[in-house]
Structure formats: C-alpha cells, structure tokens
Ligand binder design. Sequence first.
Ligand SMILES: Cc1cc2nc3c(=O)[nH]c(=O)nc-3n(C[C@H](O)[C@H](O)[C@H](O)COP(=O)(O)OP(=O)(O)OC[C@H]3O[C@@H](n4cnc5c(N)ncnc54)[C@H](O)[C@@H]3O)c2cc1C
Ligand code: FES
Length: 345
Amino acid sequence: MSFKVRIAQADRTIDVPTGATILATALDAGIGYPFGCQSGNCGACKSHLVKGEVTMEGYSEFALSDEEKARGLILACRAVPWEDGEVAWLEEDDLVVHPRRLLDCTVVGLEDATHDIKRIRLAIVSGGPFDFSAGQFASVTFEGCPPRDYSMANVPGDPVLEFHVRQTAGGATSMHVATKLKIGDHVRVEGPFGPSYLREGHRGPIIAVAGGSGMAPLKSIVERALQKALPQHIYFYFGVRTERDLYLHDHFAALAKTHDNLHFIPVLSEGDGSNLRNGLVHEAVAADFDEFDGCKAYLAGPPVMVEAATKLFEQRGMRRADIHADAFYTAAEMATAGKKTGAEL
Ligand SMILES: Cc1cc2nc3c(=O)[nH]c(=O)nc-3n(C[C@H](O)[C@H](O)[C@H](O)COP(=O)(O)OP(=O)(O)OC[C@H]3O[C@@H](n4cnc5c(N)ncnc54)[C@H](O)[C@@H]3O)c2cc1C
Ligand code: FES
C-alpha cells in the first residue's frame, strides 16, 4: 500500500509506501528535495504540509520548533504519510543546494589544538570537487569507526579540508581520533549537509557564538565573511571553560586587528584570573546587546550552550529564521534526549 504525495516545486506526485518518509521516497524518485542529516536534526528538509496528514518520527527541537509545527511545518525526513497529500519545501531567498559527494581523503595534517581537541587536515584524493557553504558539516568516517558528523572549519574552495574533533569520554570516533589517527590514514567524507550556513546576502550585524569545537563551523563562517569583504559588524563570541581550552585565539585576535568590523570576544566559564571575559558565553552576549534588530545569529557547539543562546535571542525578539544553530548532539543523544518522538506530537 502507498499514499500519493504531491511535491509542489517539483510538480510531481510520488507514491510513498506505508511507513516510508516523504524525503526518502522523493530522493529515490530523483527529486532534488533539499535535505541534510536525514535524521531530524538539521532542519534542511523543513516543508509546508499543504494537504494531508503525516506522523512525525523523532526529531530535534532545533530542527523544528513547536511554533513552526503549529504553523503546519514538517520535516520531510521524519514525515510518514498516512493519507494522500501535498508538501512544499521552504523557499529561502538564499537557499543553497550543493551536490552531495562521497570523498576519499587522506590525513595530511594532525595537531593538538588544545588538550582535548584535534585539528585535522584532509587532502581530497577522489570524489571532488567538494562544494559547500561556510558553516555546513559532513558525515566523516575514520577507518574502523562509525560515521559521525563534523563541521568543516576551512573556507569553501580550500583544497584541503579542516575538521576539529573534541574528545568525548567513551566516544567511538573521537577517541580514535585522539589516540590512533595518524598522517596518511584514509578517511571518507560525505556531504555537505546542514542549513546553518553563512547567508552571504544578509547585511545586518552577525553574532557568531561558538562553544568548544563549535569553533570549527564558525571559523569557516567568519573567515568566509571576511574573505567576501562583507561590510557588517561581526561579533564572534568563543565560549570555553578555562584558558587551556582556548585555541585560534591569536589567529582571530590578529584578524580583528586588521578588520575593523570583526570583534573577537573569548569568554571563560570558569574564570581563572585572566583578563578575559568570565561567565557563560550567552550571558556575555546578553550583557552586550539589548536587542538584535536586523541581526543574524550563528551558533555551534554543545547542545546546552546552543539551547541557552537560542532562548536568549528569541526572548530578545530575534526571528527563528535568523537563528542558524548547529547543536553538536552525539549519536546517543540523538537517539534519546533532545528529540521528540511521534508519540509526543
Ligand atoms: C551537525 C553536527 C555537527 C558536529 N560537528 C562537530 C565538530 O565540528 N566537532 C566535534 O568535535 N563534534 C562535532 N559534532 C559531534 C560529533 O558528531 C560526535 O557526536 C562526537 O564527536 C562524539 O562522537 P563519538 O563517536 O566519539 O562518540 P559516541 O560513540 O557517539 O559516544 C558519545 C557519548 O555517548 C556515550 N554513549 C554511546 N552509546 C551510548 C548509549 N547507547 N547510551 C548512552 N550513552 C552512550 C559514550 O560513552 C559517549 O560518552 C557534531 C554533531 C552534529 C550533530
Ligand atoms: S534532513 Fe530533515 S532535519 Fe535534516
């Protein structure tokens, strides 16, 4: 048995088998539906449910808020129809869809960014070119490890890809990277994914907030904005625990000296007597801004930080559409906490 679902922009109707998602069926049918993680985490497949009923499988609140759900939005990658219907993916002025690539890469650079973050450089051996937008991520498979999502830290167009991987205690991939990865190892990279990329046409102030290895996508976003000579002010907050967790501090401090519009603000949550700002990173943003008129926010890092910053921006009147957030959920967190299940809808 199947249900007929019309995809508005493609002007096609697909037969979605019982229990299958709209996105999976549309992609199988060769329709260029926008998508990212395919697991209800990124929001790239967000769509209007024009007609019909669907059951939503588990998803993250960052991908689809309650308010959006109440407005009739769904995530096509989690939407299982139970009657005929119609959907239309969200049109964004500057929506980008890059071809999805499967790259074979080799580790050409490996260094300790901090005591628990590795900075990795990968040369693309085959499968390129790899087009992406600053801020996007890829599914990365190190030899013998399960695939995990990591954000590109380099600017688009660089011949070498850069990733920052933070150790998670007991983590299958990050502990492999911390203890076993070496120059010359083979790595597979699939992507790009994710809707939290730099909107290059936007001219309002940029508020970039990174926590820990959330530095990676925001490094890409901030460097891309400077490379494109975007004229607006860029406030780059980097939240870490203590001074030993800071990295690329000199790099961004130097960039801020040569670019009047860049303001780099490291914030330590466990102040240790240094001259840097102390407190939680979203509290530092809250202290600096009364309102966020015309701003866009880019957030990446631990879910708890992304959640607190998102709340702050929303409370101070920022539209959800102007908040571009990547919460670094682990695979286990994705499977349990932080995701809503169909039963809760
Ligand atoms: C969009 C996105 C972008 C990301 N970008 C980055 C990035 O740029 N840099 C970065 O460092 N990270 C990033 N992450 C996080 C990254 O994908 C991994 O989740 C992280 O590196 C941990 O992976 P792991 O394999 O080491 O740990 P996992 O093996 O996934 O384990 C994670 C934790 O869960 C525990 N665990 C494992 N299985 C279970 C279980 N069944 N029940 C309960 N607990 C369990 C483990 O002990 C461990 O503490 C990103 C995540 C997302 C979603
Ligand atoms: S592709 Fe649907 S939420 Fe990421």
